[in-house]
Design a protein around this ligand. Structure first.
Ligand SMILES: C[S@@+](CC[C@H](N)C(=O)[O-])C[C@H]1O[C@@H](n2cnc3c(N)ncnc32)[C@H](O)[C@@H]1O
Length: 202
């Protein structure tokens, strides 16, 4: 089974198998974004799931493009956006296979729990693609499972060293701090909040 079939199957089954889908915007996004000095209002969410964060971004007056690899997730996100009257551009796209936006067109890229799911041999491709999406001065905010978490279950876990190794060639590290993924009825899992700024010339 390929990775995208797996994601698609999980969204299709709709039987409580979407533990990451907390139905509220990520607190780290809500806290971080207003204080960033972005070069423009164009934002890209990669792996938007059912669209909660993309809708919140739209409601903060950003021009939002949101992508997904799973068609069913995108259908759900479109439905939710339509109910919220949120004019978001949704796109079915694998970030490792194609650039979902024009090169250097975004001021901000967000992913929650997507980078850490990318197979190890494609992590550098993912980071390079994010870098290509951003214009000079643009930021990438990423919420990533944390390898210091001792529970075996939960989100995929990366060490700080792994993240930095992949990110630093393209981005200045603004912040890499502990946070948690709080999964209702399941538990809390250590996570990283990573804030990265595109290197000049990147
Ligand atoms: C753990 S879920 C998080 C979903 C959403 N960000 C949230 O917080 O609710 C990871 C998401 O990334 C999407 N995804 C995985 N690989 C992707 C890729 N290469 N390009 C775009 N989306 C991808 C999956 O379909 C899934 O919706």
């Amino acid at each position: 089974m390929t990775q995208d079939q797996t994601w698609e199957d999980r969204y299709k089954s709709n039987t409580g198998t979407l533990p990451w889908d907390i139905g509220a915007p990520a607190p780290e996004l809500v806290a971080a974004l207003p204080v960033l000095d972005l070069p423009c209002k164009n934002v890209l969410e990669i792996g938007c799931g059912t669209g909660t964060n993309a809708i919140w971004l739209f409601q903060q007056n950003y021009k939002v493009i949101a992508t997904e690899i799973a068609p069913t997730a995108l259908d759900k996100a479109r439905q939710k956006a339509s109910e919220a009257k949120a004019a978001i551009t949704f796109k079915l796209s694998d970030i490792c296979e194609e650039l979902p936006v024009e090169k250097k067109s975004m001021g901000f890229v967000f992913d929650r729990g997507v980078f850490h799911t990318i197979p190890a041999d494609k992590r550098s491709v993912f980071v390079e693609q994010v870098a290509h999406c951003l214009m000079p001065g643009g930021y990438w905010l990423s919420l990533i499972g944390n390898a210091d978490e001792v529970k075996a279950e939960g989100p995929i876990k990366l060490s700080a060293a792994t993240i930095i190794n992949h990110v630093e060639p393209f981005f200045e590290l603004y912040k890499l701090e502990r946070t948690t993924f709080t999964i209702p009825n399941t538990g809390m899992y250590l996570a990283w909040i990573g804030l990265f700024r595109l290197r000049s010339g990147g």
